[in-house]
Write a protein that binds this ligand. Structure first.
Ligand SMILES: *Cc1c(COP(=O)(O)O)cnc(C)c1O
Length: 389
């Protein structure tokens, strides 16, 4: 049976785990965890579908099929982490001296990876406010190869016009990569907007339970896929069969989780916007967000990430964070449990205070990953913590 034409909710459960999902399977309803590192050949010149698990493994094969299906692409590839997938992209697509244009509010680890490539391979990097597509076009140089986007970004939830930037990129023969971690394939499919390659930190919403580190790449271009498939094996940063199993399992509830993350986030963003101790709320699902319309046009949802500035500064922010009982003070995001953090002191502490302020990351800024708990319980916890400052 083929499920390719079914809705997201159906594909996220069945694609890759059809009872006869690969040659020789035993009609399991759930894809087994194939631990074997190697596979016996029928004959020297007849290797069969699987040979060695770094190159390909049945559990990973099932997951990679599902990755492609959920982003509506032809190909999917699994990696040991989001950054392993990003490293594979840089390694596969770039040569020394090339130039990359990135959104100025990209994930910190992506900027750190770019810096590493700057030092080792003379990579040129221009970070621009891609919320204004003309700034992307103005940054194009003869040696530019890639445009690297996120929408919305972290931690300021800036949104960029993926279709407009892809159109600019293709006029200049450049590839557009979108890190689609924040909205997940449930709410946004960048390839359908004109992007060339999608990368995910599977660690976040896709796995969804804060118990896996993983990455993924999805794309349509066969030539680039073949290069990536080659480098995936040559570089070797592949996910374990157990992690692939956990992601296959987590994905079955992605649609349910995303809807709940979002309905909780809309309620909490509205609550925060009205709170007298809150200076400003950043959430693309609030009509007051400068790119509310754009996000509504290019995605089917707004996601579960909110940032806000508390009135006062670091002292008030820390006091608030340490007074919470239900929200866990932790880095990362996208799990079923609500997590909260202080970007200036935690996720973005590696950037200098001057750079942070230039980027708009104030000491009063707090970032929240809204979980799927009961929203009244979450709001009550925020309420009691606000009352303590
Ligand atoms: C976490 C994250 C990454 C890095 O992924 P890892 O799985 O931690 O390596 C990349 N991009 C975004 C937007 C992230 O949130």
């Amino acid at each position: 049976m083929t499920h390719q034409n079914h809705a997201f909710e159906t594909r996220s459960i069945h694609i890759g785990e059809e009872p006869e999902f690969f040659e020789g399977s035993k009609n399991e309803v759930v894809a087994p965890i194939y631990l074997s590192s190697t596979y016996a050949r029928k004959a020297v010149k007849n290797p069969g579908q699987f040979q060695y698990s770094r190159s390909s493994n049945p559990t990973r094969f099932a997951l990679e099929k599902r990755y492609a299906s959920l982003e509506k692409t032809t190909y999917g590839l699994g990696y040991a982490s989001g950054l392993a997938a990003e490293s594979a992209l840089l390694f596969t697509l770039l040569n020394p001296g090339d130039h990359v244009i990135g959104f100025d509010d990209l994930y910190g680890g992506t900027k750190r990876l770019f810096n590493l490539w700057k030092e080792k391979y003379d990579l040129g990097v221009s970070l621009v406010n891609a919320a204004h597509p003309h700034l992307v076009e103005e940054a194009i140089l003869p040696q530019t190869k890639l445009i690297w986007l996120e929408s919305p970004t972290n931690p300021l939830l800036k949104v960029c016009d993926i279709a407009a930037i892809s159109e600019i990129a293709h006029r200049h023969n450049l590839l557009v990569i979108v890190d689609n971690t924040f909205l997940s394939p449930y709410f946004q499919n960048p390839i359908l907007l004109g992007a060339d390659i999608i990368v995910h930190s599977v660690t976040k919403y896709i796995a969804g339970h804060s118990d896996v580190i993983g990455g993924a790449i999805m794309l349509n271009d066969q030539k680039i896929y073949e290069k990536l498939k080659f480098s995936q094996n040559a570089l070797g940063a592949v996910p374990s069969p157990f992690d692939c199993y956990l992601v296959l399992r987590g994905l079955k509830t992605l649609s349910l989780r995303m809807k709940r993350h979002e309905s909780n986030a809309i309620a909490i963003a509205g609550y925060l916007e009205k709170h007298p101790k809150v200076e400003r709320v950043y959430y693309p699902g609030l009509p007051s967000h400068p790119q509310f319309e754009l996000n509504a046009k290019q995605a089917s949802g707004f996601g579960g990430m909110i940032s806000f500035e508390i009135k006062g500064g670091e002292k008030e922010a820390v006091q608030f964070l340490e007074s919470l009982e239900l929200f866990t003070l932790a880095e990362s995001l996208g799990g079923v449990e609500s997590l909260i953090e202080h970007p200036a002191l935690m996720t973005h502490a590696s950037i200098t205070k001057a750079e942070r302020e230039l980027a708009g990351i104030k000491d009063s800024l707090i970032r929240v990953s809204i979980g799927v708990e009961d929203k009244a319980d979450l709001i009550n916890d925020l309420d009691q913590a606000f009352a303590k400052i």
